[in-house]
Design a protein around this ligand. Sequence first.
Ligand code: SF4
Length: 426
Amino acid sequence: MSGKAAMKKILGVLEKRFGGLRSLTEDRPLDQLILLLLSRGVAEKKAHEALATLREHFVDWNEVRVSPLHEIEAALSPLGQKGMLDKPTRIRALLSLVYSRFNRVDLDFVRDWSDRKSARKRDRLLMAISDISPGLPPILLAALDGLGAAFRNDPEINRVLTRLGLVKTGGTTPAQWRKSVREAFDDGDQLVLLWGLHLLAASYCRKSLPDCVHCPLKTSCPSADAEMEKVRAAREKAKEKARAEARRIAKKMAAEARKKARETAKREAQERKKREAEERKREARAKKEAEAARKKKAAAKKKAAAEKKRVAAAKKKAATAKKKKAAAAKKKKKAAASKKKASAAKKKTSKKKVTKKKVAKKATGKKKTAKKKAAATRKKVAKVTKRKVAKKPSKASRKKTSSESARGTSKTKKKTSSSSAARRKK
Ligand code: SF4
């Protein structure tokens, strides 16, 4: 297959997958960019119809910018479900970006880039809109400056061309390829090719890990197998790396878990030790308390025993006192009895004494009487004697007088002994 035929085949595949515009019909740059977004994956006619319905539904692009996605989606109904893709989101994102960067909802200013300020502004815009879609900047450049400016040396396109075998080291250079494309294809094909190659580079033929499996040019790409193998190897490497990372993380986690377990065990051991110490302390305290309670109980028992003893002693004392009292009472009674007896005896004795005294008095009286009598007798006798003397009494009369006095004395004696016998009898 010649180079041109190969390029034709690639162009057809790219147009089928990514769509694109064959003519840049819109006057205003922002309208052109929106039409480009609408053309992705659909025929150019459908893209134009969708743009027309958007204009009908909304007053201006600012209204589209602030409208909900479902309203934009409703306005894009001519695209059909298959061609809708994420176009409402991308259109609204483009309008928001323009508004936020340039505080307006049009890009008319990019037409004029005569001064450095305007050129910088345009460069900023081209960089920014590549985030919305990588195909927008080259097509906008083509619209503004022509296809010559759009087909410039781009590392993204050069990578795709190299992988497709259209550009080779030591063979066709990117510049030669661009020249051959410019010569072989008309402007429409060139626009579609430019759009398609940029979208392919961004969507499938990425710098690292190209998605050759899903790439629409997989069958005609000589690098597909090698790139797929590279991807496989890279994925395997990534998987191995992920496994190694997982092992490392698992090892780290296991080490952390072991460390944690050690710390937990240490903490638990410390807590156990602490608990045991506290338990011992509690036991010692309980023992001490029990000992104190036992001592207290013993003391109480002792006290109770002492109290009992004291009570018993008191009882005994009381009993002794009672006994003593009883004995004393008895003694007192006895003493009283003895006193009474003594008193009675005394009384008796005194009575006896009185009697004795009386007897003695009586005897003394009698004695006195007798003495008196005797004295009187003696006096009488003396008188008589005197008179006798005077008259000289005879011997017979003196004898009679003495016998009479003797009789008188014996009579008195007899009387005294009879009264004593009578008292003893009593
Ligand atoms: S098959 Fe792979 S290497 Fe070839 S163009 Fe497609 S993505 Fe790029």
